[in-house]
Structures are given as structure tokens and as C-alpha cells.
Ligand binder design. Sequence first.
Ligand SMILES: *Cc1c(COP(=O)(O)O)cnc(C)c1O
Length: 411
Amino acid sequence: MLKTAVALGLLCRVRRTSARHLYTDPAPFWIPTVRSIYSRGRIGRIMASVVVDLRSDTVTKPCAEMRRAMAEAEVGDDVYGEDPTVNEIQRYAAQLLGTEDALFVTSGTMGNLISVMVHCRHRASEILLGDESHLYFYEQGGVAQVAGVFSRPVRTLKDGRLDLKDLENKIQHGYPDPHFGQTRLICLENSHNRTGGRVLPLSYMREVRELADRYGLKIHLDGARLLNAAEALGVEPAEIVRLCDSVSLCLSKGLGAPIGSLIGGKADFIAEARRARKMLGGGMRQVGVLAAAGLVALRRAKDNVRLDHQNAKMFAKAVQDLGSPICSTDPAEVESNMVMLTVTPPLLGQDLCDRLSAEDQSGVVVKALAFSPVRVRLVWHRDVSTENTLQALEKLKGVLLNYRDGATPRG
Ligand SMILES: *Cc1c(COP(=O)(O)O)cnc(C)c1O
């Protein structure tokens, strides 16, 4: 009897996790239906907690419209250039970016790596990039591991710009003297992740362009959040990209697609990028199922991004209004979809995150990322509404008040 029950239970589990089941079940187990989890409250009642996940804008889940578009996507073999949906998103992206052509790739990391590889095809190539850039910080030095390209880091200012003097000083002039490599490329990031979504002004980007032209260098823009930058600057994305030789853009950040990035550039650049993508194992076949989600993301991106910025700014202003001695932020530094909280000891960043994510009577769980002992990062995205923002704010208020009263969090 017991054996039968266990066997049945196992069977159900297998069924629930089988790929086919995922596809046909209207609510597969891995989609939290109302972004809620269930927990036992103080009085033993089962109560639902709302989860507001602000750790990153990568945490979004594909919505019903995306899933429908994925299910219905027309597909073909993209390595043969025959996937109509991939071709459509590439045309759409080229128009949006104002580039001759565009290429669908698996991730922002692959987009950056491919771009560097195509710009730096000779041995001893060097790139100049920010010492706080994603490319330098979070991509395993892939340009060195895979492409044999040397990264020369440049000092990053508080607002994400590179120190122009340092940038110019780090250009190598000695080539072909055998002591020196050859500087070929400058990499910028807009908006800038590690400085909290700061946006590079167009005037600054023009200055970098002038510098690059003076020394015959190319510019690659890590535009994982290019659309956030465009929204913040009040310009079309193409106006930013115009100042660069190539760009990569993430669909899987705040725009809400489950996967995918795009590279934009001149036609011959993209032709080489297509070769590099295949060599790296990124030649995908009937990948229109993914491009279809990306198209949904791109078409509604403007509204999403605008709302994210509004919510982030509202949150930052409200935190400032709290006037807490242990947790603050400067709304003037909130330019896109991120808020950096400054935490004052004895409260520490991780401690604040633990308290925010602790379940309590508020019924709200807020997930945030401790960037350092004194900094906590919050990121807005497609799956965080204005209501969620207000809920997160209430939770933060409660945590800070409790902390001042010396109470320890439950759980
Ligand atoms: C997320 C991110 C990337 C990498 O994107 P993945 O798709 O996660 O590989 C690159 N640059 C910046 C600025 C990012 O934020």
C-alpha cells in the first residue's frame, strides 16, 4: 500500500517535471502564479507573502503573451539564415539601433565577446575598458581566455564615465616596437551597471568618439541596458549607437524576455560576428521560438522602461523622505532603473537584505542584493509594478523602524 503510494507520488513528480508537461500545463510548477509563496504566519494560519524581487532585472519570467508568441513562432534553421522570426528581430533591431545589420545571440556576455573578437582580429590587440565595467568585472576575462585580447582597465568615475585623461594615457603608441601591444578598441557601458544604472551623457560619448577618431580606435558599447539609457536621455537609441562602431543589447534584462541579446553594427562587422558566433557554439537552429519572445519584449520596451524609471525614482525619493540615519539614497543619482542604498554601520548591507527578505506580518518579502557592506542594490524590471514598489517601500520602512528600536527580526 505504502509502496504504491510512493510509486504514484514519484510518477506524479516525473510527470510534473517532464518537458512535455511544461509545455501543455497552463501553470507549470516553475511559474509562481501570483509571484507569491506560502508561509505560516505567527498565529499558524497559512498566509501568502508577496515577493518583490529587486535583486536584478534578469529575474523576470516570460509573460503569457511571450509564451503564446513562442508557441506560435514560425521557425527555420537559423544557421542557414532561414528562421523568419530571427530574421524579423534582426531587422527590427537594426532599425531600432540605426545600424546596417544586427545579430541575435544567446547572451550579453556572448555579444560583448563576439564584438571584441571582431574588432580585435590581430594578435597583441588591446582594449581599453572601465575597471568597473561588466566586461572587465563579470565576464571571466573571456576576451583573454577565448580571444587572446588584453584588457587595459581605465579608472571609472562615480557616474560611470571613464576618466578621459586616464583613457588617453593608456593608449599604447609603441606598436610595432615589440615591447608593446596595439590598442584597438574602447569599450563603454551605457547605462552603467556597477555605478547603479548611471547614464553616460551624449556630450561625453561625443568626446570619447573624438578621442577614438584621433587615435584610429573603434568603440564598442555594452548597451545591455541601452534602452534605459535612451529613455533617460530622452533620445532614440540610434542617437547613442551612432557614436559607436558596435553595440550589444540585452533582451533578458528589464525588457522581460527569458533569453537573448542583439549585436548591431555595419554589415561586414555583423558578417564576421556571425562567423564568431558559430565558432563559439552560438549557432542555434530553430531559434525563432526565442526570438519571438524577444520581439514581444522589444515592441513594448519603451513603456516598460519608462515605468521602471518612474518607480525607481519614486522609491528613491520616498527613502530620502524617511530621513533614516542608517539607510539613505540620493535620488539625483537615480537615472534609470536602479537604486543604490547606502547603509550605515552597525547596519550592514547583507543584514539589511536578510531583514528585507524575512517573512513577517507585512506579508511582503523583498529581495535585494548586497553590493558591499555599505551598499545595497535594487533593480526595477518588467515584473515589478507600482503597487509592488509601494509594498517594498512599506517593508523597508518597517525594517528600518524595527532596527532603530533594537528589535531583532523573526525568522
Ligand atoms: C547583464 C549584463 C551583461 C551580460 O549579459 P548576460 O546576458 O547576463 O550575459 C553585459 N553587460 C551588462 C552591463 C550587463 O548588465
